[in-house]
Write a protein that binds this ligand. Sequence first.
Ligand code: BDP
Length: 682
Amino acid sequence: DDGYRLWLKFDKVASAARYAPYAKSISSEFASTPILETAKKELTNGLKGLTGVAPISLTQNGSIQLMKDSKIPEEGFEIQVDQKSKISVEGASIVGRKYIRIIASSDRGILYGVFELLRMIQQEKPLANLSSSPKVKFRMLNHWDNVMGTIERGYAGASLWKWYELPETVDPRYTDYARANASIGINAVSVNNVNASARFMTPEYLAKVKVLADVFRPYGIKLFLSVNFASPKLVGKLKTSDPLDPQVRAWWTAKTKEIYAQIPDFGGFLVKANSEGEPGPQEFGRTHADGANMLAEAVKPFNGIVIWRAFVYAPNPNGDRFKEAYNDFKPLDGTFAKNVIVQVKNGPIDFQPREPFHPLFGAMPKTPLALEFQITQEYTGFSTNVFYQSILFKECLDSDTYQNGKGSTVAKVIDGSLGNEQITMMAGVANTGSDRNWTGHLLSQANWYAFGRLAWDHTLSSEQIADEWVKQTLTRDEKAAKTASDILMKSRDTYVKFTTPLGLHHVMGQSIHWGPEPWLERSQRPDWTSIYYHRADSVGLGFDRKASGSNALSLYHPSVAQQWLDPAKTDLNYLLWFHHVGWQEKLSTGRTLWDEFCYRSNTGVQEVKDLQKDWDSLQGKVDPEIFADVRGRLAAQQRESVLWRDAHLLYFQTYSKLPISYGTPARTLAEIKEIVRIYQLK
Ligand code: BDP
């Protein structure tokens, strides 16, 4: 198995006989639409694969009945399993009487209900009644794919989109991609990098993009484009891109019309502006709201939306990057047009292996906020490390902002239940690429899966999602499945231990973001170095963000800040995010900071060895090709974990001047620095 089929294998299950009576026929109350036809096709193929019985179409009373009920929430569904025939008389006498109803108000709900039913069967679960509807309206993947076919921060090969072949040649893989998304409820996709090429605004590229939109549509997926804010200048040859300039506004209005003429259900624009060198309204003395509202006006007649990213931070040697986005956006709360949503990364810095939640989530009550996660593993081990993102996602979603008192979790901010927003969204930076198994590391498929499942329903647990994914993808052997799920569940903590223990952050290599470079002192910007963040000196380690330091803690509600104010009471996982702690200071574990740092770094390395052993125990229980591939990647992770540990222990020892209490570095600091230097050569 090369992993291509993801969690959608639909091979015949051992207990197929249990489900076969339901697989006889399909009837539907719905008028035919492209999405309904997709649902029927998936149901037919899925049932045929899973049970061995190929359903026929009936006009009514099928053993599976697709039914309409306008009371069911948009995109939601109900599954009703005929209970009577469950008390069953054996075998033949009940054949034909069993039925399942999938009920929805629209064809989309039916599509998601179909995938839910197939999910149950593939896991060989007892068929049960259930109802489900998505918690957020836009469940979106952001691709950081470039015109040249590369992917910014992509670790699974080249882009899926073959721009040079489009629009004439349509790779069937686009359909497989759309299917995988639909199966986990993803209904929106932006196809190009947020560091956007203006070429996407040309007729040539719009014709290519249109083809993708046509492929995605029958799977219920809306297409969005990232736009370069300077497009009026770059493509339209105007003198300016000032959002208040009438010609600029007219240009966007006309361009938007042109897009909708090709893609009538186009979703809208995703914008990274005035960030990391990207153009934006601030160049013209305008605000982010001025920029967003201009685009919002252009897409409004077509019901389009604008997703405006809050990932902005001006280089400020004496400042704290933690506060930059907050300072820019908080004053703009309530000034964005109705069809704008501001997209905020989960944490205030940048997709670190562990971050406190972004303070903006508790600070913009009058603006719909989208939550942006990074599924691709830029800071979490590329495609050589197992890192189950669901744990990180949940940690953020479950964080309490106290915006409207206790219980105002990030999840409730973004699903609109606190503010009744019309537009709600969760976005994930995609981890897919042209690798045969889509995600490079096979276990990273679980991150794509988990993102979709949590965007649909953030109350699901990471354990449940892991169990679902494992049983559909790797094995249904209970013991083996438990081992595989445990590997996922442990993976995040293990990675944090050897890369960023105790709340250390942003200490990775300047260009190799999976490897260590805590000694990085100089870069184009101070806030791209490591020393900016770890602040090691002869006294101790960590960034003081209390009033005595940058005071970033004051951006949170007092009840949130409270938990991180006193170093003695701060969860050790966040300690160095908020405090500069003395090397010899005793922590709650009984060890000093230095010893705890050595201990965690070294434990991380040990734990990778345990993950290797756990995986080895799956030999013969999972497909041999998959087994070998993951085994190799775990071995690479082992090697990398040693490099991280040694780099950290030896480098920070030059400040602590204390003996290394746990772990024996395999190399000198000079040797490690040389390895990292060579890694980063062009
Ligand atoms: C950073 C990445 C950079 C992205 C940026 C972003 O290193 O490649 O362009 O995020 O989110 O993490 O815009």
